[in-house]
Design a protein around this ligand. Structure first.
Ligand code: AMP
Length: 593
């Protein structure tokens, strides 16, 4: 591959495995193998010392020897303040850990292809809120990457799907069971090459690792049975880590055959334990049922949305409960009214129990879509489209003379997009003859609801959702403006407290905040002249960007005072731009293999 080639990349930064892809010279979305020769890299990071970090299979195996220096499942901590890890006395953030995973996959791809890997799109799950999306972006920046966009995993899966599907209009349910999480997305695919997300459901604590855990518990019990003198203390952290690795291996083997054997050596004792698919299926039945329950809910939401929309495209609880009951009473008939096809994504859908359960419950045709690779490939398509758009934009600016080369920031930004990509988006199968550009191919729906605290009738405090989960994001974003009034006369300021949640109702009780069902994103304080009567008009605008970041504008209509704020979550942990810069410098001093 010559030096002149310019490629851009899509990265699926997964809970258990990560994957990188690009659109090759022939327009084919293609996964790049890592230096170990695998299509996916375990998202496991081993901190050898301050200057050396190992990522991937070696780290996963090393975790057996030094679990206290190893991080797995870091994605669960992105944007949260619940991560306590200091392998050599110095606290390390989830963003930093993730940045090492990104460095490993990009470094390997650069070596494999002999080209620079700089411009990327990174994916994040549908359920990620503002804090988690920003944390993902920061991880990319710390890794020294130019993050073109953060896109949702279901949108990436949709793009992958669009490269293959031809023909008629249909509605597809994407059942995505990964390593740490479960997502269901219903989307409409049109024959002109567009996809529109109808709704999402998900379970953040349901993924392959939970199936592994069920096997771990079983193997441990069986071992104990054979060696009744074993004490709980005899299991050292390294034994448990090895047990986890063997459990995952056994689980994968059972996807291909009916039985397998696991040999364990713990505390000088040995046991060989047989595991059949039948036992495995019964051990994990309740987990599978949870995924089915979620799928029922997604189908019910799609049915409710089809029956008509309420204010802000929200679905009233009563309507949803009615459709959910319909699904539960007769899942096959109900599902067929809204779903034409089920698409299986995520490594865990390789377990035969998944296809069997879905057929039994819904009896709808299924298709397997590159279980481990669809998301990375979709991200690669998105990356190319984003990059192409930026190159065009800067060329246009240059042509029009609006391009102020004296401005350092503009100069820096423009410099990133001087080389056109080697391959065009129009070369990608499925997008060849489309009139629709890829950037407009997938219409997203909001994955969270966004509310502000209001005083209803000057009496009762409530949270009012301005943006409701699953609302259509036309042109990739949602902008909602609503007029409110000041509560009292002569208010000196108006405080706009903003919340993010999964609740689909228009109003919810403030107790939900304390109950942990809504996260505070922050407060915007709009200064007022202090002489306004009660009920003076204030306009509040919520804009949800395609990256999942909320921007809030408040305006004092009487006097025209205006305030614009990009919300940064206060509930989670957020790095400042300065911190990101420092961590980027630090990261460059660390060798990642
Ligand atoms: P993903 O995040 O989509 O790459 O999914 C990773 C999950 O898929 C991990 O929990 C893996 O253990 C699981 N997985 C991968 N291959 C198989 C397989 N053949 N059978 C069962 N689970 C698998």
């Amino acid at each position: 591959m010559s030096e002149q080639n310019k490629f851009v990349f899509g990265i699926d930064l997964g809970t258990t495995y990560s994957c990188i892809a690009y659109v090759d010279e022939n327009g084919m979305p293609t996964v790049v193998k890592n230096m170990e020769g695998d299509n996916t890299t375990p998202s496991v990071v081993f901190f050898e010392d301050e200057n050396n970090v190992t990522v991937g299979q070696v780290a996963k195996e090393n975790a057996v020897i030094e679990p206290q220096k190893t991080v797995s499942f870091v994605k669960e901590h992105m944007g949260k303040d619940d991560f306590d890890f200091a392998p050599y006395g110095q606290k390390i953030s989830p963003e930093e850990v993730s940045s090492h995973i990104l460095r490993k996959v990009t470094k390997d791809a650069a070596e494999q292809l002999g080209t620079e890997v700089k411009d990327v799109v990174i994916t994040c799950p549908a359920y990620f809120g503002t804090a988690e999306c920003l944390a993902t972006k920061h991880a990319g920046e710390i890794a020294g990457l130019n993050v073109l966009a953060i896109i949702r995993e279901p949108a990436a899966a949709a793009l992958s799907y669009l490269t293959r599907q031809q023909g008629s209009d249909k509605t597809v349910l994407v059942y995505d069971l990964g390593g740490g999480t479960f997502d269901v997305t219903v989307m409409k695919i049109a024959s002109d090459g567009r996809a529109e997300i109808v709704c999402y459901e998900g379970d953040q604590a349901l993924g392959g690792q939970h199936w592994d855990k069920a096997v771990v518990d079983y193997l441990k019990d069986e071992f104990q049975e054979q060696h009744s003198d074993m004490q709980e203390d005899d299991w050292l952290p390294e034994d448990l880590q090895e047990l986890r690795n063997k459990a995952e291996k056994a689980k994968k083997e059972l996807s291909g055959r009916g039985q397998t054997k696991v040999t364990l050596n713990v505390a000088g004792r040995r046991a060989q334990i047989e595991l059949t698919r039948e036992i495995f299926d019964s051990l994990t039945q309740s987990l599978l049922n949870r995924s089915i329950d979620c799928t029922d809910r997604a189908i019910a939401m799609a049915m409710a949305k089809k029956q008509g929309t309420g204010a802000n495209e929200g679905v009233e609880d009563a309507v949803f409960n009615r459709t959910l009951e319909q699904v539960r009473n007769d899942s096959k008939t109900a599902a067929k009214t809204v779903i034409d096809e089920i698409l299986l994504v995520g490594g865990s859908t390789r377990m035969p129990q998944v296809a069997t359960a879905l057929t039994e419950r819904y009896d709808i045709p299924q298709q397997i879509l590159d279980p481990d690779e669809a998301v990375a490939k979709g991200a690669a398509i998105s990356a190319l489209a984003e990059y192409e758009g930026r190159v065009e934009h800067w060329q246009e600016q240059q042509k029009n003379g609006t391009f102020d080369m004296q401005d350092e920031e503009i100069k820096e930004e423009a410099a990133k997009y001087q080389t056109a990509a080697t391959v065009k988006t129009t070369s990608i199968p499925g997008f060849k003859n489309n009139k629709v550009s890829i950037r407009q191919a997938v219409t997203m729906a909001s994955t969270k609801s966004y509310a502000l605290k209001v005083v209803v009738n000057h009496e009762e405090e409530k949270c009012q959702n301005l943006i409701i989960k699953n609302a259509k994001m036309k042109n990739g974003e949602i902008v909602v403006t609503q007029r409110f009034g000041t509560d009292e006369a002569n208010q000196m300021n108006a405080q706009i407290m903003v919340y993010e949640s999964d609740m689909s109702v228009e109003y919810y009780d403030v107790n939900e905040i304390e109950n942990g069902n809504a996260d505070e994103l922050g407060t915007v304080t709009l200064e007022l002249p202090g002489n306004l009567p009660a009920d003076s008009p204030l306009d509040v605008t919520f804009k949800l960007t395609k990256e999942g970041i909320l921007e809030v504008t408040a305006k004092d209509v009487t006097n025209g005072g205006e305030l614009f704020v990009t919300m940064q979550a206060t509930a989670g942990s957020m790095l400042s731009a300065e911190e990101v810069k420092k961590l980027k410098e630090k990261s460059q001093r660390i060798a990642v293999v």
